[in-house]
Design a protein around this ligand. Structure first.
Ligand code: CP
Length: 310
C-alpha cells in the first residue's frame, strides 16, 4: 500500500491499521530528514496550506507549521482571536474566503466536536483535524503511538493506561482507537466523575486505583486536567486529585518494573505529574514533541499526494 485510504484526516476512527503503518513508515524517513543539517525537502513546493486555529495551541500549531515548512509548502496562519470571526463571520464563509486565495490544504483546530468533518464535507481542499473540541486529536494519537513504537519496538501487545480527565479529552478518544487498531491493550484510570459512562463500549479496561493501573501497564499517558472545559466541579480540589491520581517520583520508583511516562502537554506540573517525573529518564514527553513534526510531515505528504495538481 502506498497511499492512504482516506481523503482527509478528520479522525483516527476513519483510518485502517495499514494507513497508520504507512504514516509511521513515512514518518521514519522524515525523522531522518529533520535530523540532517539541512532539514528540508522540496516535496510540496507547489502546495499552499492554511493553519486555522480557532482555539489556543502551542505544540500542535508550531509543529504543523514546522512540518509544512520542512516540506517546502507555502504556509498561511490564521488565529480566530485576531480575525473577522470576532465580527460574526461563519466558519464556512471564513474558510471559503481563505480557499479563494488558492489554498490546497487546511489544518484546523476548533472547539466544536465534528468541525473538521463538517468542513471536509463542504470544501474542496484537504482537511486535517488539529483537535475538535472533546472529540478527536488524530495527529496527537499518531505521534503518541509512534513514540511508543520507537521506545518499545512495537505497539502490538503493549499495555497502555491513559490517566486523568478522560471525559473532556480528545487525546484519550483518539489514543484509544489508534492503540487498539495497532493491537495494544488500553486501560483508562481516573475518578469516576471523569470517566465517561460509555467507556466500556470502547473495549477498554477501567481502574480507579492509580497504583494498580501503573503496575499493570508498560506505558502511562498522564492527561492534563482540562479545567477550561469543566463547567461543574468533578473532584473536590486539585490537591486531592493529585494525591489520588498524580504521578510522583516516589510512586514511579516503587513500581515493580520500569514504565514509560507520556504526557501530551501542556503539563500542569504538580497536578498530573511532578516535575521530577516529567524530567526523569522514563519520561518521553520531549520525544513526543520531536516525533510530532515527523508524523505531521508524513500525514501532510500523504494527503498532498491525493491533490489534483493539474
Ligand atoms: N498536545 C497539544 O495539543 O498541545 P497544544 O494544545 O499546545 O497544541
Amino acid at each position: 500500500m502506498d497511499n492512504l485510504s482516506v481523503e482527509h484526516l478528520t479522525g483516527i476512527r476513519d483510518l485502517t491499521r495499514a494507513d497508520i503503518e504507512l504514516i509511521f513508515q513515512t514518518a521514519d524517513s522524515f525523522k531522518e530528514v529533520i535530523n540532517r543539517p539541512i532539514k528540508k525537502v522540496p516535496s510540496l513546493r507547489d502546495i499552499t496550506i492554511a493553519n486555522l486555529f480557532f482555539e489556543n495551541s502551542t505544540r500542535t500549531r508550531l509543529s504543523f507549521e514546522l512540518a509544512e515548512k520542512r516540506l517546502s509548502a507555502d504556509v498561511v496562519n490564521f488565529s480566530a482571536s485576531s480575525s473577522s470571526v470576532k465580527k460574526g463571520e461563519t466558519l464556512v464563509d471564513t474558510v471559503n474566503n481563505i480557499l479563494s486565495m488558492k489554498v490546497d490544504m487546511v489544518v484546523m483546530r476548533h472547539s466544536s466536536p465534528g468541525a473538521a468533518k463538517f468542513l471536509s464535507d463542504r470544501i474542496s481542499a484537504k482537511v486535517i483535524n488539529a483537535g475538535d473540541g472533546t472529540h478527536e486529536h488524530p495527529t496527537q494519537a499518531l505521534l503518541d503511538a509512534y513514540t511508543i513504537r520507537e521506545k518499545l519496538g512495537t505497539v502490538e501487545g503493549k499495555k497502555v493506561v491513559i490517566v486523568g480527565d478522560i471525559l473532556h479529552s480528545r487525546v484519550a478518544l483518539s489514543n484509544i482507537m489508534c492503540l487498539q487498531k495497532l493491537g495494544a491493550e488500553v486501560m483508562v484510570c481516573g475518578p469516576t466523575t471523569l470517566i465517561p459512562k460509555y467507556i466500556g463500549k470502547l473495549g477498554v479496561k477501567v481502574s480507579h486505583n492509580l497504583r494498580q493501573a501503573l503496575e499493570w501497564c508498560d506505558v502511562a499517558n498522564m492527561l492534563r486536567i482540562q479545567l477550561e472545559r469543566q463547567d461543574v466541579k468533578y473532584f473536590p480540589s486539585l490537591r486531592e486529585y493529585s494525591m489520588l491520581f498524580g504521578l510522583d517520583k516516589a510512586l514511579l520508583d516503587s513500581l515493580s518494573k520500569e514504565i514509560v511516562v507520556m504526557h501530551p502537554g501542556p503539563i500542569n506540573r504538580g497536578v498530573e505529574i511532578t516535575s521530577d517525573v516529567a524530567d526523569s529518564k522514563q519520561s518521553v514527553i520531549l520525544q513526543q514533541v520531536e516525533n510530532g513534526v515527523a508524523v505531521r510531515m508524513a500525514v501532510i505528504y500523504l494527503l498532498a499526494a491525493k491533490i489534483d495538481r493539474q
